[in-house]
Design a protein around this ligand. Structure first.
Ligand SMILES: Cc1cc2nc3c(=O)[nH]c(=O)nc-3n(C[C@H](O)[C@H](O)[C@H](O)COP(=O)(O)OP(=O)(O)OC[C@H]3O[C@@H](n4cnc5c(N)ncnc54)[C@H](O)[C@@H]3O)c2cc1C
Length: 344
């Protein structure tokens, strides 16, 4: 069976990897130029020599299934534990160091290497944004049930489709299908899922009075989290930070001038860390419209089979959580379910 996966984040890659290992023909379409989705790495600074994880900084593992993947990734030297200290800054500016309850994992060569590893044996088409879906269904004279439409006017057909984009983007795609099949049922439910947004400032410093902690959680109006990326990888003299804002700040300024946003975050960063933080050699700002789901759905995945057996499924972090782990479990569980279903 030919299965089209929309999105090369961890949920789509995991579902695709399971199904390809079971012998299905899997093609992944990814709108961006890289693998991993929000497990993202930015190459920045002079000659793009610095790597910064501007999406997820680290992740934890609770379930036995995800711990199995963590063990596999660690054995391949793709991830390791982020050793060091962690701190919280309260609203009065008091910084307290804390213990982690479970290990924090990160990828020394950049978080996107997790995606590259999961997708290494898959047919992945980068820079291919799926613009819409057409349900061909039983009236078809052609062999496949689904047609994927691209802005370039090209099309691809598939027997089954997995949408692994965040719920809002999945919603937009589902709305392009003809509602003669049950997509409406999915649309109604995922319409409820809301997201936090974040601005992320990446900065490199030649001169820096770098903090002792790996990461700082902030109880603050502007800044929510600071990652001391220098503690992840030694890249010479340049010190790097990644700074995530609160969702309230991001929503207030999402339509604003990026230079103003950069300045506002830098001003606050300087108040928190000291005057040196205003003197970055380079800075970049990224906007995450869909950072984490606020109200995840209580499913492992969602699927419809259609009257004429034209399967379509939704997977993603917004199923049963809003983490890397929930994204992985969603993709894994759909993969295993479809392997069983389509073996009959
Ligand atoms: C700033 C930030 C901090 C975070 N911190 C943490 C953390 O500390 N711990 C943690 O566990 N999680 C964290 N998360 C959440 C975590 O990153 C996500 O939950 C998880 O990586 C999502 O995986 P996914 O596969 O569901 O979706 P994604 O990674 O978003 O993958 C979806 C993919 O689909 C692609 N796509 C979308 N639409 C289309 C289309 N039409 N055609 C083709 N491709 C398309 C996208 O480009 C993307 O690559 C954080 C996220 C962000 C942004």
């Amino acid at each position: 069976m030919k299965i089209a996966v929309i999105g090369a984040g961890i949920s789509g890659l995991t579902a695709g990897r399971e199904l390809a290992n079971a012998g299905h023909e899997v093609v992944v379409f990814e709108k961006s130029g890289g693998y991993g989705g929000r497990l993202a790495t930015r190459y920045a600074g002079k000659d793009n020599a610095q790597k910064l994880d501007h999406g997820v900084s680290f992740f934890t593992a609770e379930s036995s299934e995800f711990k199995k993947l963590v063990t596999e990734l660690a054995a391949k030297d793709i991830i390791t534990t982020w050793e060091g200290s962690y701190a919280t800054r309260n609203e009065n500016g008091k910084v307290t160091f804390r213990e982690n309850n479970s290990p924090y994992y990160y990828a020394p060569k950049g978080m996107n290497t997790v995606g590259k590893y999961l997708g290494r044996n898959l047919d992945i088409r980068l820079n291919e944004k799926v613009g819409g879906l057409t349900h061909i269904g039983e009236n078809r004279r052609k062999k496949k049930s689904w047609m994927l439409n691209f802005p370039t006017a090209l099309t691809e057909s598939a027997d089954a489709v997995i949408i692994s984009a965040p719920a809002r983007q999945a919603y937009a795609l589902l709305n392009t299908t003809i509602d003669e099949i049950e997509t409406l049922k999915l649309v109604r439910e995922i319409d409820e899922v809301e997201y936090e947004s974040q601005f992320t400032l990446m900065a490199g410093f030649d001169e820096a009075d770098m903090p002792e902690w790996n990461a700082l959680d902030c109880e603050d109006d502007v800044i929510e989290f600071i990652s001391n990326e220098t503690t992840k990888r030694n890249e010479g003299e340049v010190k790097t930070l990644v700074v995530h804002t609160t969702s309230e700040f991001a929503k207030k300024h999402m339509h604003g001038d990026r230079e103003v946003v950069e300045e506002l975050i830098t001003d606050r960063l300087t108040e928190i860390l000291g005057g040196w933080a205003a003197l970055a050699d380079w800075k970049q700002v990224h906007f995450w419209r869909y950072s984490r789901a606020v109200n995840p759905l209580p499913h492992d995945f969602m699927e419809i089979r259609g009257n004429d057996d034209t399967p379509l499924a939704l997977v993603g972090a917004y199923m049963n959580g809003n983490t890397v782990e929930s994204a992985y479990l969603s993709g894994l569980k759909l993969g295993k379910h479809w392997i069983q279903q389509f073996a009959d």
